[in-house]
Design a protein around this ligand. Structure first.
Ligand code: PPE
Length: 307
């Protein structure tokens, strides 16, 4: 990870090297944190954070599912994001807000522990490699299933939930593939280790519905709106693995992964399709402020604004 100058920690900017916690923090032992992944892109009017309000609202929703009160409102966290991104002065960066149970009482119950709130930002290029955006990646279905809703609320972007993704991606990358796809215990398609998933068949776009063990992705919502605007029908429904093998196109999307084509799934060749590439190009134009149509999704960083 590429270091930057400042990190916003509990209300103030601290030097990168000083943003530390004690080894006794609750979250380290029990995975009791919630986080976000947000991107800031360079636009003609200067750097802008994409859908920042929605990300901070989701952070609060994630916390609520863990009975956690973040001591800063979504609006305060938006202002804090501008502060740290402005201080680091990068035109494009990845932003990682995280709130977690800190140091106080050790034991499974989180009661008695303060909630620590941190926002980091650093340069993070293509998640699955620069080439992957054009040529696509090779995905494999993991033998690990997505955590079901009555085991851990996967709707919460909680740190502990990511052990599930870590196992899946480790398994398939060890086997020589680029990314994992997880199925639910019922056998329907959930998502990637860090992305939502879309399938194209006969010109219609499908994506697993929100009851399929998925995170309600902000990019998933962006892609749906952009695709509909381009004239495509987007249907949310339960998908099974053969829907992936027989698809004309499959792609994954997420803040980090943006819109990445899957050129094969479990060695079934699919190839990179034109609907995927059209959506990818509209997505990248949107986040970089090249299309006025979606300018309401861009939060310009005041400190870095260009006229
Ligand atoms: N599903 C999962 C499991 C997931 O982790 C992400 C984001 C998404 C869907 C897409 O959500 P959204 O970013 O709102 O469109 N994964 C984040 C973290 C990746 C990581 O390796 O860390 C991200 O993309 O920032």
């Amino acid at each position: 990870m590429q270091e930057t100058e400042k990190i916003w920690m509990n209300g103030e900017l601290v030097d990168w090297a000083d943003a530390k916690v004690h080894v006794g923090v609750h979250a380290l032992h029990y995975g009791s944190g919630v986080f976000e992944g947000v991107r800031c892109y360079d636009t003609p009017k200067g750097p802008a954070v994409f859908r920042l309000g929605e990300h901070m609202q989701r952070l609060h929703n994630s916390a609520r599912l863990l009975y956690m009160d973040i001591p800063y409102s979504a609006e305060e966290l938006q202002a804090a994001t501008n502060e740290v991104v402005g201080a680091n002065g990068l035109a494009e960066c990845y932003i990682r807000p995280i709130a977690f149970y800190g140091y106080g009482e050790l034991g499974v119950s989180a009661r008695g522990n303060p909630v620590e709130t941190v926002i980091m930002s650093w340069p993070w290029g293509s998640y699955l490699g620069e080439e992957s955006l054009k040529t696509g990646i090779r995905a494999k279905i993991s033998t690990w299933q997505r955590v079901p809703p009555n085991v851990v609320p996967h709707v919460s972007k909680a740190t502990g939930v990511y052990l599930n993704s870590m196992l899946a991606v480790t398994e398939v990358t060890n086997a020589g593939y680029d990314e994992a796809i997880l199925l639910t215990p019922e056998g329907t398609v959930a998502d990637g280790s860090g992305e939502n998933l879309f399938v194209v068949r006969d010109g219609v776009i499908y994506t697993p519905d929100l009851s399929s063990g998925i995170l309600p992705g902000i990019t998933r919502d962006t892609v749906t709106q952009i695709a509909q605007d381009l004239g495509y029908t987007v249907i949310e429904k339960a998908l099974i693995r053969s829907d992936l093998y027989l698809a004309d196109e499959v792609f994954m999307c997420g803040t980090a992964a943006e819109v990445t084509p899957l050129r094969s799934v479990d060695d079934h060749e699919i190839g990179v399709g034109e609907i995927t590439l059209a959506i990818q190009s509209a997505y990248l134009d949107t986040v970089r402020g090249k299309s006025e149509r979606w300018s309401q999704w861009l939060d310009h960083v005041p400190q870095l604004a260009r006229s």
